[in-house]
Design a protein around this ligand. Sequence first.
Ligand SMILES: C[C@@H]1O/C(=N\OC(=O)Nc2ccccc2)[C@@H](O)[C@H](O)[C@@H]1O
Length: 468
Amino acid sequence: NLIISWITLSLGAHTLYAQEKKEVQYGPVSPEKRTDPAMEKWRDNRFGQFIHWGLYAIPAGYWKGKYYKGAAEWLKSWAKVPMNEWAKLAEEFNPEQYDPEEWASMAKQMGARYVVLTTKHHEGFCLWPSQYTDFDISNTPYQKDLLKPFVEAYNKAGIDVYFYYSVLDWYHPDWRYALKSEEDKQAFERFKTFTKNQLSELIERYPSVKGFWFDGTWDASWKASGQFSYELEKHMKQLKPGLIINSRMRADEWGSRHFDSNGQMMGDYASGWERKLPTDTSVLHNDWEACMTVPENQWGYHKNWEGHVKTPTELIEMMVRCTALSGNFLLNFGPKEDGSIREEEQLLVKEIGNWMEQYGNAIYNCAYAGLEKQDWGYFTREPGSKTVNMVVCNIPVNKALRIQLPKNLFIQHYEYMGKPLSKLTLEEIGKNEYFIHLGKVKTKQPFVINIQLTSEKTDNGLYQKAKT
Ligand SMILES: C[C@@H]1O/C(=N\OC(=O)Nc2ccccc2)[C@@H](O)[C@H](O)[C@@H]1O
């Protein structure tokens, strides 16, 4: 009986698995881990600035004097504003303080290596003069293209530019949430053409753009357009070879999003990590990025942030966690209607910038170090390097940092990255297991210790000469 039941069970499991493998025609366009220079640069960048800027920055979370605590870029929805009323905001959009050179220099000071700017959010308003809609910057008192000087300023600062683009478009008459009738289908066909035209237009007008951050792709209409989004991704990558596109763009022909029905990622990096971070190494299978707000949930400018505002140290630790799991960290800014940057965000530029100046080499070009995570913080490593970065975020009460190495690795050298904070000593506490004793260390922010690993069992630097 035991054998019979074992056979039936294994057969059952086999047929179950065989059934799960689906025929997917419109799945990934690119390999899951691209090795081309554009994608390598995406990985090396590690830290990016997200910018949400649009008409929603004018009301900034208030409508007819009423405060709405929801995300400010969704205010039209929270306050149930009819589109013809919301669109009137374009008549007052005149960001006289807009200075993309200043924005770019702040991003550079902060240490961001790439930027993702909302070219069009769900409201449908375009920051560039699009030939496919009248709801754009040319029909505002400001009139001038906001994107061109932005791209030039950030590229001049050595920062790669990516465009956020919302498929969901509350303004466009042919947008449909679902395809319930023949009329819906015909309208949505026109909408898909409009979408393809706008994306082609963005690539042609701003050829130095490195990629697209798609959003607003969760509705049934788009989930039913798997073949279209497949062909659109191919088209965009033909227009601009090396283009990088996030997983949010895609659905396959079965309506499966981000990952196709067989679990293959679509797009070039997983972008479901929104205001949350992964906690284990399962994410290592794909490239991925986490996007993060400073308050709990505000992307566009809101006059009054409610609740907890993340500190620079909290955000630095999040960035380190992303690097330690081979992912990117995209930190959001929401400029005011006039183009100025709020105080809280200016503080982040300064504080995070200072930290990156001293410890950026533990972030840029770095990834998962392959070592067992410890409570005191994170290991990062530049792939192939003998140097491992220990980013310490929580000093243990015994002031000793435990390190467990694989059996064939030993510590050859150890020292602070940048300014030494104390005298370090190394103690071997077990097989390939060590304590780095911190001694008297006082600090208010994460710091980095570099360890050099070797496969030869030497004196392991145990008796290292004191660092003068
Ligand atoms: C970055 C944010 O993205 C959004 N929506 O987020 C998502 O759709 N999140 C999501 C979707 C699928 C998986 C996980 C998260 C927008 O509505 C919001 O205004 C902001 O631009």
